[in-house]
Design a protein around this ligand. Structure first.
Ligand code: GDP
Ligand code: MG
Length: 217
């Protein structure tokens, strides 16, 4: 298949305090590389990755990697509005970064109203688990994710553990939301681009028929 061909493009924003490893996660996912001394993100960086969510359905994932520092917030805020997905990242060894997750979540939700962004919560640097450096238990993080109504995953850009799974989980969640109509396309919004809107309509109708059938079975 031609690598530049895609049926959908999803824009995803990386969220979380600075140094939690947002850029490292993207570098591992898109280039399979890990750098101990990665450059600090200034403003916003872009990454692209293609994946198949189901046979024949190719998605272009476009990531916006923001700088977490307060002084850059004014830059990143304008990007929330055109995102369909958000990866909320905290560092398992940094308690404060976990405590700020609710602020990041609330800030994005508020700025995208009346639309919504679909999230996954990632507890990052899972390679530090064995070194007794953990400052946030899995149980606690899972509870927070449940309260926010989103999935929770633990990953490490350093070892590559669960990195692919984390991004794929988010992409599949968005695809499901798109097919069910939970995520809608609207004029002037770039969160999702659809190469063939008619095909999406067809997919939604067949899904609706299937669901109706399930209810009546
Ligand atoms: N132990 C460990 N360190 C990591 C991991 N990912 C990133 N780091 C380190 O954390 C620091 C901040 O990473 P960076 O990706 O710049 O964070 P960002 O500010 O959120 O983009 C760097 O020194 C990375 O080498 C990881 O999975 N495990
Ligand atoms: Mg960065």
């Amino acid at each position: 298949m031609d690598p530049s061909l895609w049926q959908y493009q999803f824009r995803i924003i990386m969220l979380g305090d600075s140094t939690v490893g947002k850029s490292s996660l993207l570098k591992r996912f898109t280039e399979d590389q890990f750098l101990e001394a990665i450059d600090e993100t200034v403003g916003v960086d872009f990454y692209v990755h293609f994946m198949e969510v189901e046979p024949g359905v190719r998605i272009k994932l476009q990531f916006w990697d923001t700088a977490g520092q307060e002084r850059f917030r004014s830059v990143t805020r304008s990007y929330y509005r055109n995102s369909v997905g958000g990866l909320l990242v905290f560092d398992l060894t940094n308690r404060a970064s976990f405590e700020h997750i609710r602020d990041w979540h609330a800030e994005v939700c508020e700025h995208v109203l009346p639309h919504r962004v679909l999230f996954v919560l990632a507890g990052h640097k899972s390679d530090c688990d064995s070194q007794a450096k953990r400052a946030v238990s899995r149980d606690e993080a899972e509870k927070l994710a449940t309260v926010m109504g989103i999935p929770y995953v633990e990953a490490s850009a350093k070892t590559g553990h669960n990195v692919k799974e984390t991004f794929e989980l988010l992409a599949r969640r968005i695809y499901k939301g798109l097919a069910s109509g939970e995520v809608d396309l609207h004029e002037g919004w770039d969160g999702v681009k659809c190469a063939a809107p008619l095909a999406l309509q067809g997919h939604r109708s067949s899904l609706a028929r299937k669901n109706k059938k399930k209810c009546c079975d």
